[in-house]
Design a protein. Structure first.
Ligand code: SF4
Length: 371
């Protein structure tokens, strides 16, 4: 049995993170997809072993929250049975692969990700957060998402290998993509990358075979709630949903599978697009412009509540809003127009060209005319 994750490590099911509301157990579905039975099994596991809340992460993974150390082994056993977690903890650590959620059966993304999973044992030991991105659909959709070793579609129509932090990559002959990914990961591990941690910060010159001047094709626009090529998409406010709501979503008789995305959207294959409790179906909903970490009491670092306050003021904020339980700003997804940061039980406000420090909750609400 493996142990608990240390701070700064990337948790997985075998190495859960200790959070304020119990253990946080991460699930990395293969190809980001759960069939109907797996999705219902995940919801049942969250209710049986956790507090019934499920996070959707920026790497298109799920996290079950509020798990006790006592039930954690039984939970992992259940997740292995559901084929959502590898029985081998080493394989689970290495299987850090983000794929385009818009993959279609037997396309390049599926082909490459499936081969990479099959050859996962060939990967070296990598830093906890180092991962792979397979974005091989007709148009890149993951250019804004982190991932150290990447296969992407180029404007020419071919595929390129690109290291995170480099603006261009090198053409890869069809069928050799996984060879190149493994070679790049090995080169990174053998040349000092383990000390640096992420490819984006690793300034060493790439080997000749990994250097190129081919840029990825222009990215697709942002995805919003509504129909997508692979199913209907709903927004997940703050990246968290209850297991009950998720189970209702996948219980639609027409639904066949659930796909995770890194954009706080869940896609349901076959489902009818309609309002669903807890989830966002309006592409203009202000909650889609909000980042808010779990805050107090879920996170021990937080001194303030975050998400209810964010719900209260979001309609009054123009642009992006970030409400953070502390100065670590874990939930940030980019530049925010308005930021509220918890400090010693009060909120520091910055935005709209001004700053106000140490505001109480009511003062924040009044500031936004939401009191
Ligand atoms: S930003 Fe602070 S309070 Fe929020 S989740 Fe991160 S550590 Fe916890």
């Amino acid at each position: 049995m493996s142990g608990f994750a240390i701070r700064g490590w990337c948790p997985d099911a075998w190495h859960p993170m200790v959070a304020g509301d119990g253990l946080l157990v991460r699930v990395r579905p293969r190809l980001g997809r759960l069939d109907r039975d797996q999705a219902l099994g995940l919801c049942d596991a969250a209710l049986t072993f956790g507090n019934g809340l499920i996070d959707l992460t920026s790497r298109a993974n799920f996290q079950l929250r509020g798990v006790s150390e006592v039930v954690w082994p039984a939970l992992v056993e259940r997740l292995v049975e559901l084929e959502l977690v590898e029985a081998d903890p080493v394989r689970e650590i290495k299987r850090n692969i983000l794929v385009s959620p818009l993959w279609q059966d037997a396309d390049d993304t599926v082909r490459i990700a499936t081969e990479l999973i099959a050859r996962i044992a060939e990967l070296p030991e990598l830093p906890g957060k180092a991962g792979f991105v397979i974005d091989a659909g007709p148009v890149p959709v993951l250019l804004g998402e982190a991932g150290d070793f990447r296969i992407e579609r180029a404007a020419s129509g071919g595929l390129i290998l690109r290291a995170q932090g480099r603006t261009s990559g090198v053409d890869v002959p069809p069928g050799t993509e996984v060879d190149r990914l493994i070679a790049m990961a090995r080169w990174f591990a053998e040349n000092g990358g383990l000390d640096v941690g992420r490819m984006s910060r690793f300034a060493a010159e790439l080997p000749d075979w990994a250097q190129g001047s081919v840029k990825p094709a222009p990215a697709a626009g942002a995805f919003r709630p509504g129909p997508t090529p692979t199913g209907a998409a709903w927004g997940v406010p703050f990246g968290q949903v209850s297991a009950l709501a998720l189970a209702r979503l996948i219980s639609d008789p027409a639904a066949t599978a659930l796909r995770a995305t890194p954009w706080r959207l869940l896609i349901v294959e076959g489902a009818t697009f309609a309002p669903v409790e807890e989830l966002v179906d309006d592409p203009q909903d202000p909650l889609l412009r909000v980042d808010a970490c779990p805050g107090a009491p879920s996170c021990p670092q937080a001194s303030v509540e975050t998400r209810e306050l964010a719900r209260g003021i979001a309609p009054q904020v123009t642009g992006r809003l970030h409400v953070s339980g502390c100065a670590k700003l874990c939930a940030a997804t980019g530049r925010a127009d308005v930021t509220l940061t918890g400090r010693e039980g009060r909120y520091d406000f910055s935005g709209e060209g001004r700053e106000r420090l140490a505001l109480g909750r009511d003062e924040v609400l009044a500031l936004f005319g939401a009191g």
